[in-house]
Ligand binder design. Structure first.
Ligand code: PHE
Length: 504
């Protein structure tokens, strides 16, 4: 149909050279359809066109009523019988209601009728209903030669202004009466067959709004990480550099007073590097660490085994971010004493059986606080405040064991959905056997805690299988549409699910 219209526009131009007004040339075609055809022809430079605006007046419902039944004033005139008697005002009002109200004034003004006591009587024998006549002119022509009439009818809300768009059309630079299908893309087939040489290409439309580029979406884990970072920054923590994924066993274990026979240092638990397998050297205080493992010190009797440099040099994928904390505490001890609060959130690796809730890698959120006169109470008070910022108010602590902290506490929080206590982290006061060899002076205590980033993310986004969150099965649509995370606000499974559904 639009091809037909385009052709008849072109043919008309061929025979008449121009089209003065499409409104008269194509009476039955809507302005929108005409415009569509003209735009397409213009993009091929077959025509040029200009927009014409025609204003016209149409009759409103009340105007139509006056065309059909006469103006209100005329109706009042005809309601008054000829003769001295006339009609009483009361009767006129009760018979004609609204018309009587609206028409009387005008009928008086026109000197068609007058008051005679409580009656109304005619002043003339016949009248001309000019309003009705004027409305009929507007209805027939869309306007009226007398602009005062238009103004008056409009003021009485009897007519309404309207606009129509139409177009004047002339031949374009590429005018012809032939319509060829234009190619939009240069295709492989066109290149192979040589058809591109003869093809006519559609012009680029630089006014169209392109497709939104999709990119830069934060993974839910990174959203939750960002929330944790803000909570840490709010409470005055500095971020530790976590860009070293490979560390020596010395930093990952020995400096943390983890004995070399500890189960965590088994092949089954830790990823050891093959190439290079060992660090070239150990930090200069290694002998202090050796001594504390072998003989103890700082009130400890040590583990009493022969400590091996070779074992300490073995390179591993860090099994916890405490391997970063130990290095940061060492650095801190090299400077004059100052209290410090450090945090890190990054990946760690464990040689674990992979299942629905475990992968061989995950993220740890870790915080350490170094200060004097700290107690276990300080750590508990800090964790109460920290988790409160995440909207977690019910906490419980359970005595636990870590080689590098004493006392150690597992952190449990009450899970409303599961109606039970769930373990959310591990914490403790670092042992003097770890801190003193690092060089931290007596009287400086360090409290620390760690949790996984995956656990709160899975709870927050209602994911029950870690593979839906990490790995090759992750739905990228989910990553693009998942909502922002606020740890202190409730966000249910529904939000996440609906995000996933929107993506599909
Ligand atoms: N490193 C511990 C873990 O991997 C967490 C922790 C950090 C515990 C600091 C105590 C102090 O679970």
């Amino acid at each position: 149909m639009s091809e037909e219209l385009k052709l008849s526009i072109l043919n008309k131009l061929e025979s008449e050279n121009s089209i003065a007004d499409t409104k008269t040339a194509f009476v039955d075609v809507s302005p929108e359809t005409i415009l569509g055809a003209l735009k397409s022809l213009e993009s091929q430079e077959k025509v040029n066109y200009k927009t014409l605006t025609t204003e016209f007046w149409t009759i409103e419902a009340e105007g139509q009523d006056q065309i059909d039944n006469g103006s209100y004033e005329a109706r009042i005139f005809y309601a008054v019988p000829a003769g001295e008697e006339g009609i009483t005002i009361a009767e006129l009002n009760s018979k004609y209601g609204k018309v009587a109200n609206l028409g009387q004034g005008k009928a008086f003004q026109n000197k068609w009728v007058k008051k005679n006591g409580s009656s109304i009587v005619r002043l003339v024998d016949s009248i001309v209903d000019q309003i009705k006549a004027d409305l009929e002119v507007v209805q027939a022509t869309g306007t009226h030669p007398n602009t005062n009439v238009i103004r008056d009818l409009k003021r009485r809300s009897l007519i309404k202004q309207n606009k129509v768009l139409s177009y004047s059309v002339s031949k374009g630079a590429n005018f012809s009466t032939e319509l060829r299908k234009q190619a939009t893309d240069l295709t492989v087939e066109m290149l192979q067959s040589g058809a591109w040489k003869k093809a006519e290409f559609k012009k680029f439309n630089f006014d169209s709004l392109g497709v939104n580029p999709s990119g830069g979406h934060l993974h839910p884990l990174m959203k939750v990480r960002e929330e944790f970072r803000q909570i840490f920054f709010d409470t005055g923590f500095e971020e530790m550099p976590t860009n070293e994924f490979v560390v020596s066993s010395f930093w990952n274990f020995d400096a943390l007073f983890v004995p070399q026979q500890h189960a965590a240092r088994d092949l089954q638990d830790t990823f050891f590097l093959k190439e290079p397998a060992v660090a070239t050297e150990l930090p200069e205080f290694w002998e202090t660490v050796k001594d504390v493992h072998e003989k103890g010190g700082y009130g400890s009797i040590g583990y009493r085994y022969p400590w091996s440099q070779e074992e300490a040099k073995k390179l591993v994928l860090r099994t916890h971010t405490t391997a970063v904390s130990s290095q940061m505490l060492y650095k801190l001890a090299q400077e004059p004493y100052r209290p410090a609060k450090y945090f890190s959130i990054d990946r760690v690796y464990r040689n674990e059986a992979v299942d629905a809730t475990h992968l061989a890698e995950f993220h740890q959120v870790e915080g350490i606080i170094a200060d004097k006169n700290m107690s276990l109470g300080s750590l508990i008070a800090f964790m109460d405040r920290f988790f409160q910022k995440m909207g977690i108010t019910k906490l419980r602590f359970k005595p636990a064991y870590n080689p590098y902290t004493e006392p150690s506490l597992e952190i449990f929080s009450w899970h409303e959905g599961l109606n039970t206590w769930v373990e959310i982290g591990n914490s403790g006061m670092f042992r003097p056997e770890m801190l003193r060899p690092l060089g931290l002076e007596e009287g400086v205590q360090v409290a620390g805690f760690g949790l996984s980033l995956e656990r709160p993310t899975m709870i927050k986004y209602g994911v029950d299988n870690i593979r839906a969150l990490v790995g090759h099965k992750v739905d990228l649509g989910m990553v693009e549409t998942n909502p922002a995370c606020r740890l202190d606000k409730k966000m249910g499974k529904e939000v996440f699910q609906s995000a996933v559904e929107t993506a599909n």
